[in-house]
Design a protein around this ligand. Structure first.
Ligand code: HEC
Length: 150
């Protein structure tokens, strides 16, 4: 029986292994850069249009402030500027609630985002009641740098 040409097989297998590793490295790099790329956080249209049942209700602001300080300020900061003590370690950075970009969003959109969350921000759907989450939307309005009438 003729013996197999072992050295040749080794060379072929090594080449194959090199190709496979190259492809895996490419795939890994592609996945990593994809994971780091953040798409804009866009609220579905129906949720943007949901009306705030507490719109303009200032009587909830005292309660809302306590909720905000306890739940949101660690990341968003007590004034909502996105500069809480945990912010330094986070990517992306917590949103600046006093900014025009955030204040330009509808109440429905802010409610949807704080209900759903997006890594590293937790979802508050099961942590806070609907009423508490709408109270927080009213509170976010008080953080506007240049309050805008809505
Ligand atoms: C662990 C840190 C963390 C906590 C706690 C946290 N957030 Fe956030 N929040 C973030 C980060 C980070 C973003 C930006 C997420 C993104 O853009 O993908 C964000 C974004 C948001 C946005 C979206 C702003 C916009 O217009 O896109 C809202 C609204 C919001 N947070 C409200 C809250 C409220 C209200 C609380 C408390 C109930 C809270 N967050 C608690 C980290 C946090």
């Amino acid at each position: 029986m003729k013996s197999l040409n072992i050295p040749y097989l080794h060379a072929a297998a090594n080449r194959m292994l090199a190709v496979v590793m190259f492809i895996m490295a490419l795939a890994f790099t592609a996945t990593k850069s994809f994971a780091q790329q953040r798409t804009p956080w866009v609220t579905p249209k129906v949720s943007q249009e949901v009306k705030n049942p507490l719109a303009g209700d200032k009587s909830v602001l005292a309660d809302a402030k306590v909720l905000y300080v306890n739940n949101c300020a660690p990341c968003h900061g007590t004034k909502g500027r996105g500069d809480g003590p945990a912010a330094a370690a986070l990517t992306p950075k917590p949103a600046d609630h006093s900014s025009v970009a955030v204040q330009d969003e509808t109440d429905g959109s802010l409610f949807w985002k704080l209900s759903e969350g997006r890594n590293p921000m937790p979802s508050y759907k099961k942590i806070l009641t609907d009423k508490q989450r709408w109270e927080l939307v009213n509170y976010i309005r008080t953080l506007a740098r240049n309050p805008i009438a809505k």
